[in-house]
Design a protein around this ligand. Structure first.
Ligand SMILES: [Mg+2]
Ligand SMILES: [Zn+2]
Length: 180
């Protein structure tokens, strides 16, 4: 049975500042949380909803990058969250190049894997991210979707269920939606 609900969280541009265009967060010291991100994750934790990271990191496919490089950045993320009383219950990364896997968003492989690993009801969950690929991954599994965009609801062309201006607003909407 799928009993758990989850808020699936994109990482770059959602929880932490994005790297410059075409670049990636490759080292722990480059990871800077966005304002309100830890507090938002903490609200997910307190609601009894799983906080699940799902992140595309295709720079990992190119040597000398690899799992250890990702693990160092991930450890820093979790450390910064923990300093503010927040935690991720699970994390999934797609390290693959384009068009080679079932898990690089917009493909939903990370979400379906998380659902299998943690008994998550996907239609009872919500995907939060700042890219169309995040929305499409969430939509593919029947989850609710929230797009983070600085213009908020003024974004005319979004197909998200909700457009939030920042992670705090996104999580508040998601937690309300999941209670229905
Ligand atoms: Mg992003
Ligand atoms: Zn992948």
């Amino acid at each position: 049975m799928s009993r758990n609900r989850a808020v699936f969280l994109d990482r770059d541009g959602t929880l932490n500042e994005k790297a410059p265009p075409g670049e990636y967060i490759r080292r722990p010291e480059e990871l800077v949380l966005l304002p309100g991100a830890a507090e938002a994750v903490r609200r997910v934790n307190r609601a009894g909803v799983l906080a699940v990271l799902v992140t595309n990191q295709r720079w990992l496919a190119r040597p000398p990058a690899g799992p250890a490089a990702y693990a160092a950045v991930d450890a820093r993320l979790r450390e910064l969250l923990a300093e503010r009383g927040a935690r991720l219950d699970a994390g999934y990364v797609c390290p693959h190049p384009l068009d080679r896997c079932d898990c690089r968003k917009p493909a939903p492989g990370m979400l379906t894997r998380a659902a299998a690993d943690h008994s998550i009801s996907l239609p009872g969950s919500c995907m939060v991210g700042d890219s169309v690929s995040d929305l499409l991954a969430g939509r593919a599994v029947g989850a609710a979707t929230v797009l983070i965009h600085p213009l908020g609801r003024e974004v005319a062309e979004s197909s998200a269920d909700f457009v939030a201006r920042h992670i705090g607003e996104a999580v508040d909407w998601a937690l309300t939606a999941l209670q229905r």
